[in-house]
Design a protein around this ligand. Structure first.
Ligand code: ZN
Length: 86
């Protein structure tokens, strides 16, 4: 089983995870996260993001969490996660 894009226990592959440092990650796409780290109130997430939200995400188009800590906003994509899906 590949370590890349494996299905995590708690999150679907499309979920956008939003870190306390305002980075967006995808479940299992980079090696520096484990799903047990992803908990409110430190993290927020978007389980069913609108199509293209990941690609539009930027300082001018922040993504706001809809679950977990809903005050979290992501303004940039994690580079390894971006590489994994592009
Ligand atoms: Zn990442």
């Amino acid at each position: 089983m590949s370590p890349i894009r494996r299905e995590w226990r708690g999150f679907l592959a499309d979920t956008i995870l939003i870190s306390p440092t305002r980075y967006a990650h995808l479940p299992g796409a980079c090696t520096h996260l484990e799903d047990e780290y992803i908990k409110a109130p430190r993290w927020g997430w978007i389980p069913d993001p609108p199509s293209g939200l990941w690609d539009r995400l930027s300082v001018t188009h922040p993504a706001t969490a809809t679950e977990g800590n809903t005050a979290r906003q992501a303004v940039q994509r994690c580079t390894p996660c971006q590489t994994a899906v592009s």
